[in-house]
Design a protein around this ligand. Sequence first.
Ligand SMILES: Cc1cc2nc3c(=O)[nH]c(=O)nc-3n(C[C@H](O)[C@H](O)[C@H](O)COP(=O)(O)OP(=O)(O)OC[C@H]3O[C@@H](n4cnc5c(N)ncnc54)[C@H](O)[C@@H]3O)c2cc1C
Ligand SMILES: NC(=O)c1ccc[n+]([C@@H]2O[C@H](COP(=O)([O-])OP(=O)(O)OC[C@H]3O[C@@H](n4cnc5c(N)ncnc54)[C@H](O)[C@@H]3O)[C@@H](O)[C@H]2O)c1
Length: 461
Amino acid sequence: MEIRELEYVIIGVGTAGLGAFSKVRKQTDSVLLIQHGPYGTTCARVGCMPSKMLIAAAELAHNIDHGSFFGIDGQYRVNGPRVFERIKQDRAQTFVGGVLKYVNSIPDKYKVEGKATFVDPQTIEVDGRLRVKAEKIILACGSTPYLSPVFEPLRDELDTSDTIFELEDLPKSLAVVGLGVIALELGQAFHRLGVETTLFGRSGRIGSFTHPMLQQEVMKTLQQELDIIPRGHFTQAKKVADGFELTYRTEQGEEIVRNFERVLVASGRASNLRTMKLENSGLVLDDRGLPRYDPLTMQCGDSKVFIAGDATEDLPLWHEAYLEGRIAADSAISYPQRKEGMRMPGMAIYYTDPQMASVGADFSSLDGEALVVGRARMGSGPRHEIYHDHRGLMQVYVDKASGVLLGAEIFGRGAEHMAQTLVLAIEHGMTVAEILQMPVYHPSLEEVMKAALNNALFQLK
Ligand SMILES: Cc1cc2nc3c(=O)[nH]c(=O)nc-3n(C[C@H](O)[C@H](O)[C@H](O)COP(=O)(O)OP(=O)(O)OC[C@H]3O[C@@H](n4cnc5c(N)ncnc54)[C@H](O)[C@@H]3O)c2cc1C
Ligand SMILES: NC(=O)c1ccc[n+]([C@@H]2O[C@H](COP(=O)([O-])OP(=O)(O)OC[C@H]3O[C@@H](n4cnc5c(N)ncnc54)[C@H](O)[C@@H]3O)[C@@H](O)[C@H]2O)c1
């Protein structure tokens, strides 16, 4: 077996791994990237980019469907093969293409392909043919769709976000397992493209909002458009001639047996570290079986191992993966000196319609007694009226004593842009009164944001 000794090993050539590599490479020649599976990153290949392209097609169809209110009547036919062809073309040329151009520019001596596993705290084995002894290791190996035991035996036949964009045409019917972000974004998109779609939840929760009023608002609004069964569990999944037969027991004990041409399982993701023989790593593991780490340095305990991106299972978002890759690299470079990175306020956006956006602290993490909740209905905004879109609600969470904005949960048209504004305000520790001094254009969707902040200010007085 080949043996190499190096200063740095980076496991995983995704967003986090590439972010780390570009920093480490500036310091040393003694670095190796190990990549298992196709290059191109999860985001560009099977994540952010293809999902948003599918959503863009669905949005177009939906707008035509709802044009008559505005005096626009149109007829159209969804060309399923073309929908997937466009996604694959632009993915290859622009998104994956861009990543591959960068990866190909990295000389071969810095890259090796194969599955990395731990042999001991400083030794990584690649597919049983190479052993790398590294002074410092950066774990940036991402995550994989999680399937519950009832679906696991059919893993190779069911769809996940890893396979759904490879379809050649739209299915006639689709079951979506889960009511999280992938389920809602893709489930709504397939429904709008004419696929008979049913979404199955587990706990009755939908999306990410933590305030009960917003949970209810989302469920009520999305159920007006989508077939959603919120609470229950699957007892059986089997392959039949023309697809799959699923058996689901609702909370009330009713058994639902339905056939679907395809099944998209979107029930969360599991860190790829779980298959890397962590038991040999010497790392201290938490109760999930993943390494304990410091989010300011991404260092695992007091080891020379650093972690970044979806591998942590904590903040599985593109901007966090990139930032964590950079923080992990800085920490590894300055080791044994401690170097803390700057973390951002939390921000997550669901590209559903209406959009859902969370910024700063969740309602559930805040002390209700010390809080003022400013609220506004999306329908109250003049720009929303212009679009004849009255769906949604937003809330801002404000510290009662200081008037500082702590967080916001936004459900409605324009949520992504309001989140971008409010995250800046949170980052700068602004009070509600200070945010309200900023100009807001008229008529803009942001006028609802102003109404929610004014509602909070009124309660603070
Ligand atoms: C459908 C979908 C939509 C998404 N949409 C958004 C969005 O709109 N906005 C957003 O912010 N985020 C989104 N995300 C999340 C975002 O894509 C991820 O947070 C981000 O890509 C994670 O990057 P990473 O570097 O941690 O992992 P990855 O990009 O997955 O890179 C890890 C790499 O390591 C490789 N690897 C795994 N195990 C090993 C091993 N043992 N040895 C060597 N290599 C290994 C993997 O094959 C992979 O190539 C989406 C995700 C999905 C699935
Ligand atoms: N717009 C975005 O930023 C975006 C888009 C897509 C994905 N992502 C990232 O990808 C990650 C994974 O997305 P996800 O949707 O798979 O996870 P998720 O955690 O958002 O949702 C998982 C859902 O599956 C449900 N579930 C779990 N087990 C189930 C079962 N046995 N039966 C029925 N339902 C079950 C959960 O209750 C939950 O509703 C997210 O955490 C997110 O960070 C982000």
